[in-house]
Design a protein around this ligand. Sequence first.
Ligand code: C5P
Length: 247
Amino acid sequence: MLYCIPMSNTAQSPNPDTRIPIPESRYPNPDTRIPMIITIDGPAGAGKSTVARALAERLGFRFLDTGAMYRAVALAGIRQNVDWDRPEELVELTGKFDIRVIGPKVFLNGEEVTEAIRTSEVTVATRYAADNPQVREQLVALQRAAAGSDDIVTEGRDQGTVAFPNAQCKFFLTADPKERARRRLRDLQSQGESVTLEEVLSAQECRDREDSARQFGPLVPAADAIEVCTDGMTFDEVVDRLEMIAD
Ligand code: C5P
């Protein structure tokens, strides 16, 4: 509790009974202000990235796409021709490479790889990064460092459970698997990849299974997460809903 001493009393030693208590929140100390962290977890294709980005923009928060970090490690592994059966090679690479996610852009050792990390080849290889506990440990540390003392909206699989368990507001976004696959198909086709809905659906089921079964940082809603199923909602409706809850 802070106390306000009336001006007329300042010349004398204050009588504790005349002190007017004021609530601390009216005088926040910028040095001790706790940053607001909003986590959005959920399966692939639930629209987390676009929703998280829009929510961050509306609230004036920073946005952190943690899937991009796992993808960047996988891309580094592909480029360095690592032996996927030797997990320690990927751990070493993760420590050596400089991975940065700055807004919507992703950099690997200073080179922009925003588009390069979205190919199907990288998506498939990403599981070697995601399944590796020591890579996860390094990336969680990177995520916390990237958040710093800013207000952020961060999205991934383990943001509310592992990376930011004390986040003030946690969401778990889901959607019908077919709808998720249709969205992913549209994304891949716009990148010039020729795949069918069945192929995307089957790869997605496999990814969901792996993400949920993982021993470290699995895809599970945090006990205090609010689950939002986006079926039948427009993009704006989803963002409105999250914004209203976060407020
Ligand atoms: O979100 P996105 O599809 O880009 O993530 C790529 C992969 O990275 C996911 O399938 C998941 O295996 C992994 N991932 C993770 N933990 C996170 C974010 C992503 O394991 N926080």
